[in-house]
Ligand binder design. Structure first.
Ligand code: NAD
Ligand code: TDX
Length: 358
């Protein structure tokens, strides 16, 4: 039985990954190490509360003593490292915590894994692997000229968030080169799906539209993001860890570029269509909710991943087309209004007011 140490497993992608892994494998143990910041929510994993193969540890990845102890207590075979500060807008307001968690935290984790796995002759214990989950934002911004981000594209991060993720990727690369550390890096495009915190575009649109609140669109709304359904990302991570060449980086994305304004209009239309004719919320769901607001500082224009390497070497393909994925996502949020209510009723209100003044 393999034991996984998943960091940040109570967040959006981490919790979807844990759901995916327990569905796929019956014989794994997962230790979920999460600090439970505003973005971490144990509700996302409540169905595993009584699962004897699931352990939750509330801890900060920057706490070296605690992280080393976890490696002593559990014979960890796989690390899958999601834990991070993940929101670009927050990084613009408060960069320090991004450096702390994303750069220092990753280094603490790399050291702890190396301490636990490296043998006297400099080789590593059989079968031990570390996967660092990263983003396409490290590559910077593309023009609208049909070019893509490849694994060989030079790093050119613009936001404090992407700069901190780029630093963490570089540290993982340095451990691979210097210590022959058994790791992979994945750089994925924008994810969407269940359990995403409503500071991010798609759940924010859904939540605001249902509540008849204005939908803030930054700048001209024409920026392009490359969207991937979160379960496809979870599958890609697992496939890279099992089939990828150690030491390599793999880009993950499904060639699904959309302008932000198109995302807003698509969701408004689908929400309207999905609600019963008698539902009073239908009345205010229309394009009058769109409000163009001041642009994000340093706003990257376009992201687009070339997933050729992961397709060729690992055999990964996305399974969920955008129309299916976005319908599934909308249905999930409609079925889980309590989940949304719980996370938007407290501190989120302050964040929202300060961020949008709407
Ligand atoms: P998220 O913000 O939803 O979740 C982050 C999780 O990490 C939370 O559960 C939080 O409590 C935990 N965490 C934060 N600081 C911690 C610390 N110091 N110690 C322990 N736990 C801590 O993020 P997400 O969207 O699920 O992203 C997960 C990872 O995937 C991140 O590394 C992010 O950079 C990367 N990524 C995200 C996307 C995306 O579209 N969301 C795309 C590509 C890559
Ligand atoms: O209210 C909004 N209005 C708006 O126009 C919000 C929240 C966003 N936007 C725009 C900014 C972006 O162009 O929508 C686009 C998507 O924004 P986010 O959801 O904040 O995502 P992004 O900045 O692209 O970063 C995401 O994808 C890559 C994740 O947050 C990162 O963690 C990941 O690495």
């Amino acid at each position: 039985m393999k034991t996984y140490l998943v960091t940040g497993g109570a967040g959006f992608i981490g919790s979807n990954y844990i759901h995916y892994m327990f569905k796929k494998y019956k014989d794994i143990k997962i230790v979920n190490l999460d600090k439970l910041t505003y973005a971490g929510n144990p509700e996302n994993l409540k169905e595993f509360e009584n699962n004897e193969n699931y352990v939750f540890i509330k801890e900060d990845i920057c706490n070296a003593e605690a992280v080393n102890k976890i490696f002593q207590e559990y014979d960890i075979d796989r690390v899958v490292h999601f834990a991070a500060e993940s929101h670009v807008d927050r990084s613009i307001k408060n960069p320090e915590i991004f450096v702390q968690t994303n750069v220092i935290g990753t280094t603490v984790l790399l050291n702890a894994a190396r301490n636990a796995w490296e043998q006297e002759d400099g080789t590593y214990k059989e079968g031990k692997k570390f996967l660092h989950v990263s983003t396409d934002e490290v590559y910077g911004s593309l023009e609208e000229d049909g070019t893509f981000f490849y694994e060989t594209t030079p790093y050119s991060p613009h936001s404090p968030y992407s700069a901190s993720k780029a630093s963490s990727d570089m540290l993982v690369k340095a451990y691979i080169d210097t210590y022959k550390f058994p790791a992979n890096i994945t750089n994925c495009s924008n994810n969407y799906g269940p359990y995403q915190f409503p500071e991010k575009l798609i759940p924010l649109i859904i939540n605001n539209a249902l509540n008849g609140k204005k939908i803030p669109v930054y700048g001209d709304g024409l920026n392009i993001r490359d969207w991937l359904y979160v379960e496809d990302h979870a599958k890609g991570i697992d496939m890279v860890q099992e089939k990828g060449r150690l030491g390599e980086t793999y880009n993950i994305g499904g060639h699904n570029e959309r302008r932000n304004i198109e995302i807003v209009k698509t969701i408004l239309k689908l929400l309207y269509d999905v609600l019963p004719e008698t539902d009073p919320r239908r009345e205010h769901i229309n394009e009058n909710l769109i409000e163009y607001v001041e642009d994000r500082k340093g706003h990257d224009r376009r992201y687009a991943i070339a997933p050729d390497k992961i397709r060729k070497e690992v055999g990964w393909e996305p399974e969920t087309d955008f129309e299916t994925g976005i319908r599934k996502t909308i249905k999930w949020y409609l079925k889980n209004l309590d989940w949304m209510e719980n996370i938007t009723s407290g501190e989120y209100q302050n964040y929202y007011k300060e961020m949008y003044h709407l």
